[in-house]
Design a protein. Sequence first.
Length: 188
Amino acid sequence: KSRYRAFFLLLAASCLFVAGEEISWGQRIIGFSSGDFFKQHNLQSEANLHNMFTGPYKTVLKATITYVLAAALVGYGLIYPLLLRMGIAQAVWLEKLGLAAPPFHLWPFWLMAGFLEIGPFSFNEAELAEILVGFSLLLMGMHYAFYLKRSHEPAPHADNPVEAGRGLAIRFIIAIALILNFSALTTL
């Protein structure tokens, strides 16, 4: 019944696709062959689509995809919720169409994921970015489930007492996540 239903169905389908794309890891564990098509066309000779064009190699296409993805992460996770809070008409229109916005307090996850996606330290930071995005999407899903359970239409971008009361706990979770991620960076 929620206007966000299509968004979350698409998100669920995307998550299934992304999990399936990681089949190359299962491929090593289970030990099945990639097949001739993937051996010929995949940059790592693995049975997945995400290494068909990007892989671990430096190409113009990969650089373009990387920067577009980094901008999209920051745009969706920081700029879009900020524009909603400011009441900007285009953002409100997108939200009314059903584009669920991440709760504003998750912006550090999205900003850090966008930053790590561009690989400033050259140790495959994109893997950390994937973890941050996944964790943020999990928290976002829990946030919307909480509001949908209490009302028929959530107002995630509005200031309200429930969200304000959870502010300290959210800040604590964000601080721990950032500390763990920065700690991981120092161990490499």
